[in-house]
Design a protein around this ligand. Structure first.
Ligand code: TRH
Length: 398
């Protein structure tokens, strides 16, 4: 197997006796919980040859980003993963033989009968709580820590995704950056992709933006700035994103998938939700990506272009700590003007303030932000990926 310059993840084989993995995912809302769990499950099966069973309580959310999944089926095999519907942590799930390794995504909790079966099993499964991604420094000290179950003789380990070698790393499939560059270098493949989207390939001079955000009061200011802007902009909006803001800004003519609306220098194009790998290709085709939450945030970094992140809003602005911690790492090495433009744009977007005024300087810094993000992605790709780290972590504990 040829290893590309980009891919540095050592291949650690799980002992045959520990090749069964269960992943539990309870969808809080949106698509990230399912998105991260599905991406991890596919990678463990395809790159590490593991027998993966993925339990998801809200299959329709998964089916939106994985069309191979039939949302009404209790159990099915897709992309080498056995996908099972569960009732969530308070459901029964009795009579299930726990796997050798059990991943609890985002502290979703495990049903009592399953926990009891884990405790009764010999050898006991390796039990991992896969935490939310953060760039904050404290996670390095918590990554890998064990915690005893209060009543059962079970130990759970906390596994923190992150941007440093002292964290669990980031989800990145093998050859991802090589595939990205091959896609970009091949005009025929790119135009085939635009045809698949049902869109004409954007004109050379057009600035192409993808908009995947939470409801954001700053959006109208940005759209106004784009209408009056210096260059033509194509803004691609996945279905159901920012609908109410777009509805009021467009006067009730939100462009649905396959539709477009042009105002001044701005064209808004509606797009149906894409399968995860096609969503990557969309990000690879855009000059600026507005992303949110966790998984699209990481994919925008692998895309290696300018991006604007809106973390999932949390109480007491806890998400601002995450945002600032990330900017403090990511902006290193960026010239002071570009760094100032970047910080001002992200602040305006997350303060839901006047993002339109911040846009001009941000767009002006794009020629520095894109190569900077490319270099950032290459540096991150020099570290082992999350799935490889997880397999190593678990193989050391069986
Ligand atoms: O959907 P999100 O807002 O999910 C969030 C976050 O995970 C957050 O951490 C969590 O607390 C919250 O849910 C409950 O954003 P995220 O994480 O970017 O996940 C979106 C997923 O949807 C990602 O896997 C990419 C995928 N996607 C597609 O596959 N196709 C598409 O067309 C689009 C727009 C998204």
């Amino acid at each position: 197997m040829l290893k590309s310059d980009f891919d540095s993840s050592p291949t650690v084989a799980m002992p045959q006796r520990a090749h069964r993995w269960d992943i539990f995912c309870a969808v809080v809302d949106n698509y990230g919980d399912a998105g991260v769990s599905w991406r991890l499950a596919r990678q463990l099966a395809s790159e590490h040859g593991l027998e993966v069973r993925l339990f998801v309580d809200a299959l329709p959310a998964l089916a939106r980003i994985a069309p191979a999944i039939q949302p009404t089926r209790e159990e099915q095999i897709a992309h080498g993963v056995r996908v099972c519907r569960w009732e969530g942590p308070h459901g029964a799930l009795a009579g299930i033989d726990p796997a050798d390794t059990v991943i609890e995504a985002f502290g979703c909790g495990l049903p009592r009968p399953y926990l009891a079966a884990m405790a009764a099993r010999y050898p006991q499964p390796v039990w991992i709580n896969l935490e939310y991604l953060s760039a904050e420094a404290w996670i390095a000290g918590c990554h890998g820590l064990p915690s005893r179950h209060p009543t059962l003789s079970l130990t759970r380990h906390f596994f923190f995704p992150g941007f440093t070698r002292s964290s669990g790393g980031l989800l990145r499939e093998r050859e991802l950056l090589a595939r990205r560059d091959a896609f970009r270098a091949d005009a025929a493949t790119r135009s085939a992709f635009w045809r698949m989207l049902g869109m004409p390939a954007p004109a050379q001079q057009m600035l192409v933006v993808s908009l995947f955000c939470y409801p954001n009061a700053a959006l109208p200011t940005l759209l106004d700035a784009w209408v009056e802007g210096d260059e033509p902009i194509l803004c691609i909006v996945p279905e159901g994103v920012a609908t109410s803001a777009l509805d009021s800004w467009t006067g009730g003519v939100v462009p649905h998938p396959g539709q477009r609306l042009t105002r001044g220098r701005l064209t808004i194009a509606g797009l149906a939700f894409l399968e995860q790998d096609d969503f990557d290709r969309l990000l690879w085709c855009c000059d600026v990506n507005f992303v949110r939450g966790e998984d699209s945030f990481v994919r925008a970094q692998w895309a290696g272009r300018a991006f604007v992140w809106q973390p999932y809003p949390q109480a007491e602005d806890a998400h601002r700590l995450k945002l600032d911690a990330f900017l403090d790492r990511y902006a290193v090495g960026l010239g002071s003007d570009a760094a100032a433009a970047l910080r001002a744009m992200w602040a305006a977007w997350n303060d839901q303030a006047d993002a339109g005024s911040a846009w001009r300087a941000f767009a002006g810094a794009r020629s520095r932000l894109a190569p900077h993000t490319g270099a950032w992605a290459a540096r991150l790709a020099a570290m082992p990926d999350l799935a490889a780290n997880l397999v190593k972590f678990c193989s050391d504990r069986v």
